[in-house]
Design a protein around this ligand. Sequence first.
Ligand SMILES: *Cc1c(COP(=O)(O)O)cnc(C)c1O
Length: 408
Amino acid sequence: MSKNAEMNNQAIIALSEKHVMKTYARQPVAFVRGKGAYLWDADGKKYLDFLAGIAVNGLGHSHPAITAAVANQAARLIHTSNLFYNQSQAELAELLCKNSFADKAFFCNSGAEANEASVKLARIYQKQKKGEGCFEILTMEKSFHGRTLGMIAATGQDKVKKGFEPLPEGFRHIPYDDLPALAAAVNDKTCAVLLEPVQGEGGVRYHSPGYLQGVRELCQKHSALLIYDEVQSGMGRTGRLFAYELSGVAPDIMSLAKSLGAGLPIGACLATDAVAQAFQPGSHASTFGGNFLVCEAAKAFMGILLSNGFLEQVRKNGACLVESLRGLQKKHPFIKEVRGEGLMIGIELEIPGRPLVEAALAEGLVINAAQEKILRLVPPLIIGKREIDEAIEILDDVFARASGGAAG
Ligand SMILES: *Cc1c(COP(=O)(O)O)cnc(C)c1O
């Protein structure tokens, strides 16, 4: 088959509407090229990308280290299955373990799958440790853990569950950042507590100081495992390699995905040796999981993340962006709160976010809304002062027109 002629936005949209299932309310733009923090659509318009593929493209677009790693590996060997050993996978596992609480990694292809692995590992571990009835996983209200049947059951938002019942049993939701609620719910039959150290889809919500310490103590007391879903908050997003470093409280199991492969689809479940031994040959599997191509991309990304001064720069730029946004808050009173660590930033509004997302896109800035009234900024980790100033200028304009609209 010959390569199709290049299409404009309108043609791509028309073809998609005809043949792609409508699971997303998409913005009317089709990107065709990217470089650093910038994207170009099929009509040639340039955008500043402060969404990064939903916290996926940690190094922005077309980063030479990722391009080279993928191109070289694609020319050598892409996939052989997990029936054989794989140097790239072993090296990535070593990198992740050496830089976290973990001793072992399991690789899959997405965030939902990483969480499925984490929950399955906790279940099988506790079946051996605590016995048959100890399967309940406590998760948080407003959490998001993915779209498989298991993970919509785990997710603490009704909108993802509706219409798909019956869902797998054994999940109970409790309020986030609420130790008394957890203390009331956890008992000796609890299998695990699953939570995001920063809630992403739930509206970029940070917990209070001391919360994870309290969760850890309650888990300890009842021999429940602690699972972190760092699919969104991990891999440098908060200016630390993992968000749990902000509190220093390590989990037993942790899920990663999103930016792990710097744009390539890879997920991981990490665990301590004590817990990971519950998985034996045949327990769990993934055909594609951790193949050569995605692991080489992840290794190249981690090499840069861990290089001297990189995460420090993320913290510095994050602080600068948050400060500038708080400056905008003073000018635009419908902004209730600006919160963020590193480059995981939420802007809580008194008005719906979607029209602002659309207005920003029209002005060449890509952002999105997590929950109805919360804007989410998760730009590539490589942005600097220039990109921050440009984004602030556009947002100032978008906010000014929104207040004008609200006043008039
Ligand atoms: C995005 C996300 C997921 C789901 O990841 P998929 O790759 O879409 O399956 C799970 N947990 C969190 C915290 C996420 O942000």
